[in-house]
Design a protein around this ligand. Structure first.
Ligand code: ADP
Ligand code: MG
Length: 279
């Protein structure tokens, strides 16, 4: 690299500094160095403190960028956290256990989590919040539904890239498989999914959510022996989240309709439940 534009005119130091900081990939130092320099001059800070402040800012930003990258790589359908989760709406869910799990020690221990309950009780929300917590704590996460994962596996097998997909799935510290049980699987689909869980056993954590109690899992996998072997692996080191209760969505829409009814003269019909609230 030339440090001068010509023999007579040396490149101004700011231009050089900008160039070097870009090459070193220090965007925060580049953005902040003048402002922080002015602050350091105002507060009478020495060069070491000035440099320390800049490096700290770069580190904080870099960590934030890494977390954002992990969140994008996880392919969450939505970003949800426990901040927006109302535990009082689902009394069957063990709140202390759930919040303990949000600290992600189970990922280090390679334990699994299974959330079971009827539709609309917040299983996906909890799985997303646990996934987000794992990203924030430095773990790689992959989020998928059982149906999408089976589809991907079958497609990869047909295109002779199953090993590559399996390696990608193996590499995730946490694999979240949402909605196991909504669709029954073909025999090949069940076997491929079994292989994913089997490969992860004691090597990485898996979260599974399902609307079906364990004794009905055979109806998804269509094979008692396979289901038994799968449950054996998944439940070896597992934390179970019981999430049976009233659908949150349904409850919210009832509350909304009751409010609407209170403010109107007409009786209001709930289109989801057929319930009629008097004016
Ligand atoms: P499930 O996966 O059990 O069918 P979801 O997680 O999809 O349920 O929940 C349905 C909707 O209701 C989502 O928008 C979710 O964010 C919201 N929800 C469910 N339970 C709660 C809760 N306890 N607090 C806040 N939002 C909730
Ligand atoms: Mg769900």
């Amino acid at each position: 690299m030339t440090t001068t534009t010509s023999a007579e005119t040396p490149t101004p130091p700011r231009v050089l500094l900008t160039h070097h900081l870009r090459q070193l990939k220090l965007p925060t130092v580049l953005r902040e160095y003048e402002k922080v320099a002015a602050e350091a001059a105002r507060d009478g800070q020495d060069h070491i403190r000035y440099l320390l402040r800049l490096v700290e800012l770069e580190l904080i930003d870099r960590e934030r960028r890494t977390v954002e990258r992990r969140i994008r790589a996880a392919r969450f359908p939505a970003v949800k956290s426990f901040d927006t989760f109302d535990f009082t709406a689902i009394p069957s869910l063990n709140k202390p256990l759930t919040l303990e799990l949000a600290r992600c020690e189970y990922v280090v221990a390679r334990d699994n989590i299974i959330a079971l309950g009827n539709s609309g009780t917040g299983k996906t929300h909890v799985a997303l919040a646990l996934g987000l917590a794992a990203c924030q704590r430095g773990f790689s996460v992959v989020f998928t539904t059982a149906a999408a994962l089976v589809h991907q596996l079958m497609e990869a097998r047909d295109e002779k890239r199953l090993l590559r997909l399996q390696a990608q799935l193996d590499a995730a510290k946490l694999l979240i498989v949402d909605e196991l049980g909504y669709v029954p699987l073909s025999q090949t689909g069940a076997e491929l999914l079994f292989e994913v869980f089997s490969r992860r056993h004691e090597r990485g954590s898996t979260i599974v959510t399902s609307n079906l109690p364990f004794d009905e899992w055979t109806s998804v996998f269509g094979n008692q022996r396979l289901t038994g072997a799968l449950l054996d692996r998944l439940t070896h080191h597992v934390h179970i989240l019981e999430m049976n209760g009233e659908s949150y969505r349904l409850k919210q829409s009832k509350v909304r309709r009751r409010k609407e009814a209170a403010s109107s003269e007409e009786p209001v019909v709930d289109h989801e439940t057929g319930e009629i609230s008097p004016a």
